[in-house]
Every structure is written in C-alpha cells, then in structure tokens.
Design a protein around this ligand. Structure first.
Ligand code: UT7
Length: 357
C-alpha cells in the first residue's frame, strides 16, 4: 500500500486565557488542586466557532506543506463540538479556506478523533483515489461545560491543530495502529441530550458528564496497552521510540501511561499546562509544538496514543519522513478579540448557574 506522510502541520489556539485563578472565582476549586491532580494551569476559551479555529490551523498546515487549498482532495475534521449538525464542520472549513476541489466530512471519535482520522486518511490515500488530505482536530469544548461543576469545568479547553498527509514513496508514515471502541460504557463520558434523544425544549442542559475516576482507570490501561501492541506490531523495541505524543487529558494519565510503557519522561511530549484537554485537537497541537521545539527529527519514530468518549482508544506508530522544515508560512489568523476567558464563559454561567436541567 502507498505510504501517506505528514508534509504540513499547524495549530490555532484562541487568544483568551482562562486561568485556574479565574476558575476559583466561579466554582469551588483551587489552583493547587487543579495543578496537582491534572497538571493544567490554564486553558483557552474561543470567541469564534470550531470551524474558524479549524480553518486557520488548516491554512497554516497547508503553508508548511507548500500547498494551496485547491491542492487538497479531502478535508477530514475530527471534532465532537461541530458548529452545526448539518453541514459538517469540514464543509464549512472547505468554504472558509477555499478548497473547492475537496470532499469534506467530519469524524467523531471524541478525544481519539485525531488518530482515527490519521488512520482513515492513511487508508484512503493508500487505497488510491486520494492524494492529499487535510486532517484537522478542532474543538470548542467550553460551549458544553457547566463552569459551576468543578469535576469537569477545570479540565477542558478550546483549540485546533492540523496536518496535511500526502501519498509518497518515502519510507515513512503510519507503521502500525490500533483503533478501539467500547460502546457498552459510553455513559461514563458523554453529553446527554445533545442530539435527538429526549424531548425538545428551550431549557435543554447540554453539558459534559464524566465519571472521572473510572475514565482515568480505563484511559491508563487502554493507552498503555494499545501503545505496547502497536510498537510490537511495528517491529520496534522501546529504545527505537523517539517520542510519545499522548492525548493531553491529565498529567497523571500521561505519566502512568509512560510508566506502563517503561518510557523515560524525556521521551514524552507534554503541554497540558497551557491548554488543558482540547479533545481531538490535543495531538495535532502537540505535534506542531514538538516540531517547533526540535523534538522531532527526520526518521523519528513517534507513538501517538489517545482515549476518550465512546469509549474510544487509539494508538499508532508513525515514522517521520525526511523533511522537518516548513516550506512556507501563513498569515492566516482569527479575528482579533479583547474579551477575557471569564467574559467568554459568562453565557454558560448565566445559563447553568440558574440551574437549567
Ligand atoms: O479525554 C478523556 C476524558 N477525560 C479524562 O481522561 C479525565 C479522566 N479523569 C481525570 O482526569 C480525573 O479523574 C479527574 C481530574 C477528573 C478527577 O481527579 P481524581 O483524582 O480522580 O479526583 P476524584 O474525582 O476522585 O475526586 C477527589 C476529590 C473529591 O472530593 P472528596 O469527595 O474526596 O471530598 C472531589 O469532590 O476532589 C474533589 N474535586 C475537586 N476539588 C477541587 C473534584 N474536582 C475538584 C476540583 N477542585 N476541580
């Protein structure tokens, strides 16, 4: 099968910061609890829609690949927080970036969405018919948070990351992968009534519900075990792995996964302190920052691992190609905004603080 290699990468995080100190003013929590229990210091809150962040990340990824929007055959947006149910966020992005030749569709595997998308793009390129795919992970999770519920509101943030995958004869790309789902325990991480279930009405509460400790336990086991299996399937030893880029949900999950893998902390990429959990966007944002920080070099063996709603889990071994330098840069950006994180989340406080059920 033809290889599919990442030739472009980019991220877009909105400017408004919501700090742990800000959260202390709206729910019973503390900076000390959040930092020690999760590793999160701040997160971004978006003043625009998911598709706006996705479009900017996508344009930046296209620029590093040296491509124009018209070069793209397929846009995949991994998201569980679409602008609308119809059309797909990918269709909105297609229009926003002017990629008129591309087919476009969304993919929802929650926090595992980027790796599910990576495998989907790789299979579609490998099977033929698609040559260049723009894969974006983008989320506006704050929309689905009750900021008075400390068990969920401190964890999540907004942002987007993107990669361009191209067909290639280079000895690079996805070496092995595992995608998994256990729908029987879906209710431990979900947004009830966010679709067609239940009676329609003006006061429908649509917020993230999570049984944190149970999700935590399953995340460590699934991410660690799936990573071990994909490394083995790729015919690699632990020493061959240059970098683990895990989904950023909780620093303790990341550290426990690394311990389970017996991987030295220096080989694990962590940026959760700055953004919290941005679901499908964590891995492409982290990948972009890892490249910017020189943590990836030509031929690097990278392990991606994730876990999320569904429940879903995913892991993949990816061998980097020969080019790490961007071919170009983009001046695409979000519209400016002076609103603070606290101001942007005020509508949620107004709604859910009133006890909307
Ligand atoms: O992307 C995938 C989806 N999400 C995840 O992977 C998240 C997985 N779960 C977690 O990261 C952790 O379970 C949490 C961070 C959500 C919670 O950490 P924990 O160590 O499992 O805490 P806990 O739920 O067992 O709660 C311990 C205590 C409780 O108080 P009591 O009952 O012992 O008095 C909670 O009420 O901490 C309390 N607590 C808080 N205190 C201050 C829970 N949230 C907070 C908070 N601030 N924000």
């Amino acid at each position: 099968m033809r290889n599919a290699v990442i030739t472009g990468w980019g991220k877009c995080v909105p400017p408004a910061v919501l700090s742990n100190a800000d959260l202390e003013t709206v729910t019973e929590t503390s900076d000390e609890w959040i930092v020690t229990r999760t590793g999160i210091r701040e997160r971004r809150i978006s003043h625009v829609e998911t598709s706006d962040m996705a479009a900017v990340a996508g344009l930046r990824a296209l620029a590093t690949a040296g491509l124009e929007p018209d070069d793209i055959d397929l846009i995949l947006v991994a998201t569980c927080t679409p602008d609308r149910l119809i059309p797909s966020t990918a269709a909105i992005v297609q229009d926003k970036i002017g990629a008129g030749r591309a087919a476009a569709m969304d993919l929802n595997a929650a926090c595992s969405g980027f790796i599910f998308g990576l495998v989907t793009a790789r299979q579609m390129i490998g099977a033929g018919g698609f040559e260049r795919v723009l894969l974006i992970g983008a989320e506006k999770l704050h929309y689905f948070l009750d900021f008075t519920d400390r068990s969920t509101s401190v964890l999540f943030g907004d942002g987007a990351g993107a990669v361009v995958l191209e067909g290639s004869d280079e000895d690079a790309g996805v070496r092995s992968f595992e995608l998994g789902t256990d729908g029987s325990v879906a209710d431990i991480l979900c947004v009830p009534r966010s679709g067609t279930e239940g009676a329609p009405g003006p006061d429908r509460r649509m917020v993230v519900h999570m049984e944190g400790a149970e999700v935590f336990r399953r995340a460590v086991a699934a991410m660690g075990d799936a990573s071990t299996r994909v490394i083995e399937e790729a015919g690699l030893e632990l020493d061959d792995i240059d970098l683990l880029i895990p989904h950023q949900a909780n620093i303790r999950i990341i550290e426990a996964t690394a311990r389970r893998l017996r991987l030295h902390p220096s080989k694990v990429f962590v940026n959760i302190a700055s953004y919290g959990n941005t679901s499908a966007a964590t891995i492409p944002i982290a990948l972009t920052e890892a490249i910017d920080e020189g943590r990836i070099t030509p031929g690097s063996n990278i392990v991606f691992a994730a876990f999320g709603g569904g429940l879903t889990w995913a892991a993949a071994v990816y061998r980097w190609g020969s080019r790490i330098e961007p071919l170009g840069s983009s001046d695409a950006d979000l519209p400016p905004s002076d609103a603070s994180g606290l101001e942007l989340m005020q509508p949620n406080i107004d709604l859910y603080g009133m006890g909307v059920q």
